[in-house]
Design a protein around this ligand. Structure first.
Ligand code: MSP
Length: 516
């Protein structure tokens, strides 16, 4: 097929044991920016998110809420959909692991693994953490209070003994190492890749992939005493959504293997070790890349329910507005590192980068045009060197962003955009169009044209990050919906286009008002 490569990006599917928090919003936001960018850049895009609804953790939470698991998951899953709407996530699908399409797909991968001789029946005796839904070896644990054992994640583990099917993970050590070797971009960032490789080199044991001591899960085909291990069930969502087991379907052939699975660092092992092993064992290709991002703390503290410092993304949006929150989360912390949320840092970005730097640039330029150019795009004369330099810098952003976002370096993409914002602000000061108004009106028109065109280019490439504010800015530049894809970067503003009265797109955060 010709044209740009199809792009398939996925978020982890979220456990429905709890309300959505900033960590969930963060992972999906990163994927949303990539999906929007790739669509604007002309790719066919599939962006998937959803909820992980089976397993012991969800079963326990439902019991604690006094509800049947299906009713409970219906309710909590809805909260994740509501979050997606509030954050303006542009996902093309929302998958729930309790849907018939997924149950069929999970049972199909089970059959494929079984047919390939990759499963055998045995019994599991060992440690299990319900919070992590993960099995741990004795050597990974430390002693907790009151004789308890604690996993590296900090979660308590229980001793479990039950009949179980096993997946022959130990057979895959060599093939996984070989796969990592041949696909150096499969795991990012680099430091995480090294961790995974040393984990696999340390030796892999067969993995328990079914449970018998509780019932909330997908029945194992032909042996309904067992339900599938929730991670085998959950990981399969990525292929369910493209039509598995119909590997000949249009969606599967277009979008599989996925371009990118975005995950938090805590669940990298499942995605970078177990998942490619399951896929290869079932005769399917592994995804092209898994990126593990870092974790947020709140004002320097680990976020936890017991500390009562969980950050609700809906509260952030209410307080600061959606676009500033989207900007902050991707600008503040180099993507891949851990980061700290603080009110002070949030307001600093909002009032500095947004209101002062970008907001004032747009407001100054558009008001000058409104007052001095008959409320329309002025007709430029010949460009001077400084004019072309600025326009070229703004025009070069598309390539720069392709590279930075191709590496999931969101912060670098934003820094690159703000370098041009800074140059445009210096250009305004250097050219002083308010002085030219009296001394050289023709030159003033050229300067204002160059600035308006620079702002148009900035607004186009910033859309994936802040879709609302940039839509309003493009409205103020008289740009129709049809001129908002990146192909529009090959064109330029047309002189004489009427421009509506400008309105600020980035409000300042005023402390008193919020504290009241
Ligand atoms: N259900 C599994 C994923 C299955 S994917 C086949 C799961 N769900 S989760 O709801 O517990 O977590 C989902 C994501 O939220 C993870 O990527 C995790 O890293 C992320 N975060 C949870 N807390 C976080 C922070 N405090 N900061 C950033 N991300 C965090 O795991």
């Amino acid at each position: 097929m010709s044209g740009p490569k199809p792009y398939y990006v996925t978020t982890p599917i979220y456990y429905v044991n709890d309300a959505p928090h900033i960590g969930h919003a963060y992972t999906t936001l990163a994927c949303d920016v990539l999906a929007r960018f790739m669509r604007l850049d002309g790719h066919r895009v599939k962006f998937l998110t959803g909820t992980d609804e089976h397993g012991q953790k969800v079963e326990k939470s439902a019991a604690a809420a006094g509800m049947a698991p299906q009713d409970f998951t219906d309710r909590v899953s809805r909260n994740f959909r509501d979050l997606a709407a509030a954050m303006k996530f542009s996902n093309d699908d929302f998958i729930r692991t309790t849907e018939p399409r997924h149950i069929a797909s999970a049972q199909a991968i089970w059959r494929a693994l079984d047919a390939a001789g990759q499963l055998y029946l045995g019994s599991y005796a060992g440690w299990y953490s319900v919070r992590d839904e993960a099995f741990y070896g004795e050597g990974e644990l430390s002693d907790g209070p009151g004789g308890t054992k604690i996993a590296p994640s900090g979660a308590e583990v229980d001793w479990v003994e039950e009949p179980s099917y096993f997946f022959r993970l130990s057979d895959w050590e060599g093939r996984l190492l070989d796969f990592y070797d041949r696909n150096p971009n499969f795991i990012a960032p680099e430091s995480r890749r090294n961790e995974v490789i040393s984990f696999v080199k340390g030796g892999l044991q067969d993995l328990s992939v079914s449970r018998t001591s509780f019932g909330w899960g997908i029945p194992v085909p032909d042996n309904p005493d067992h339900i599938m291990y929730v991670w085998l069930d959950a990981l399969t969502n990525y292929i369910t959504a493209v039509g598995y087991p119909d590997t000949k379907s249009e969606d599967f052939s277009t979008y599989w293997p996925a371009t990118l699975h975005m995950v938090g660092k805590d669940i990298l092992r499942f995605h970078a070790v177990y998942w490619p092993a399951f896929l290869m064992a079932a005769g399917l290709e592994p995804p092209a890349r898994v990126f593990a991002h870092g974790w947020w703390t709140n004002e320097g503290q680990k976020i936890s329910k017991s500390l009562g410092n969980v950050i609700d993304p809906l509260h952030l949006i209410e307080r600061y507005g959606l676009d500033p929150v989207r900007y902050f989360l991707l600008r503040e912390v180099p993507f891949g590192n851990d980061g700290d949320f603080s009110h002070r840092a949030m307001v600093g970005r909002m009032n500095g980068d947004l209101a002062n730097d970008f907001g004032n640039l747009a407001q100054r330029v558009l008001s000058m045009i409104q007052r001095n150019c008959d409320a329309g795009v002025p007709a430029p004369g010949a460009f001077a060197a400084a004019d072309s330099a600025l326009l070229d810098r703004a025009g070069g952003l598309r390539d720069r962003l392709r590279a930075e976002l191709g590496a999931q370096a969101f912060h670098k993409a934003l820094i690159a955009i703000w370098e041009v914002v800074g140059e445009a602000n210096r250009y305004v000061d250097d050219q002083a169009p308010w002085t030219l108004r009296k001394t050289d009106p023709a030159r003033m028109a050229t300067v204002l044209y160059v600035l308006a065109e620079t702002i148009r280019r900035l607004a186009l490439v910033t859309q994936p990050f802040m879709p609302d504010a940039m839509a309003r800015l493009l409205d103020q530049l008289g740009q129709p919906e049809t001129a908002r894809g990146f192909a529009a970067l090959d064109g330029a503003l047309e002189a004489g286009t009427p421009l509506p009265r400008p309105e600020g797109v980035f409000p300042r955060f005023v402390e008193e008002a919020a504290d009241g």
